[in-house]
Design a protein. Structure first.
Length: 261
């Protein structure tokens, strides 16, 4: 077979070679992405002044220090202000659609700064308050990369190194965020999904079984069971949620498990 990018010879079933993938500047390009019209307008200097400047991230952003997020990030990194950087990472990723809870169906906007923020957090000194939430969101980004990349028909050697790198980064961040009592269960449940994305579904279920019966844990257990082909068990697990607590995601999962169009 030939690489769809450079035309070079590849192994059977491989659509893109490691040489082409190695030049990937933004790994988030591998994810299903959401268009971000505000960022596009700002990048091309079209539209209103507000579109070119915004969105402003939080009340601690000062005009004199750069209200444009990219300038603010650079300023924080140069200052070495760890707590302010943690708040920035937390708020910016939240605004980009990266929640504290990992579900696997998230879409991140096509905004180059998102990956810059993740890299800044990965290389930062985790000192002071706020990093638990920031690290949880960063870990979720790495986990999404593991989930989607693992299913891609690309060079096996490149893919193995890619998955190992992002899985380790996610695990490190989940470990840090779990130090917060408030985020302990969410961190562990998200980590369980990372295990599932890494091909270790049985380990994921073991983790989830020890986390109680919250809505989050029940839905994620059903997601893992469905992924393992255990649809009846997944549906039975999901039925533990009272009807009044079913949200859009849980309802769609139940309908899919029931085979309802």
């Amino acid at each position: 077979m030939a690489c769809v990018s450079c035309g070079g010879e590849t192994r059977p079933g491989v659509l893109m070679c490691g040489r082409c993938l190695g030049g990937l500047d933004d790994p988030l390009d591998l994810l299903p992405r959401m268009q971000d019209s505000t960022a596009d307008l700002r990048l091309f200097r079209r539209g209103s002044l507000l579109l070119r400047i915004g969105p402003v991230v939080g009340e601690d952003v000062e005009v004199g220090r750069g209200v444009e997020p990219a300038l603010r990030l650079r300023s924080l990194m140069e200052e070495g202000n760890s707590e302010s950087l943690a708040r920035f990472v937390d708020k910016y990723l939240a605004g980009a659609g990266v929640g504290l809870h990992l579900w696997g169906d998230e879409r991140i906007p096509r905004r180059a700064l998102v990956w810059s923020v993740v890299k800044a957090a990965d290389s930062a000194r985790l000192e002071g308050s706020g990093w638990e939430r920031a690290c949880l969101r960063v870990a979720n980004v790495h986990s999404l990369l593991v989930k989607h990349a693992s299913a891609m028909p690309v060079d096996h050697d490149w893919l193995s190194a890619f998955l190992t790198s992002h899985a380790k980064a996610a695990e490190k961040c989940y470990s840090y965020s779990s130090s917060s009592k408030e985020l302990e269960v969410t961190s562990a449940a998200n980590f369980a999904l990372l295990k599932f994305y890494s091909g270790r579904g049985d380990e994921a279920l073991q983790i989830l079984e020890g986390l109680g019966g919250s809505f989050e844990v029940i839905v994620k257990t059903a997601i893992v069971l469905e992924g393992l082909g255990r649809r009846d068990e997944a549906l039975s697990t999901l039925q533990r949620i009272p009807q009044e607590q079913m949200d859009r995601r849980a309802t769609e999962l139940r309908l899919r498990l029931e085979g309802t169009p």
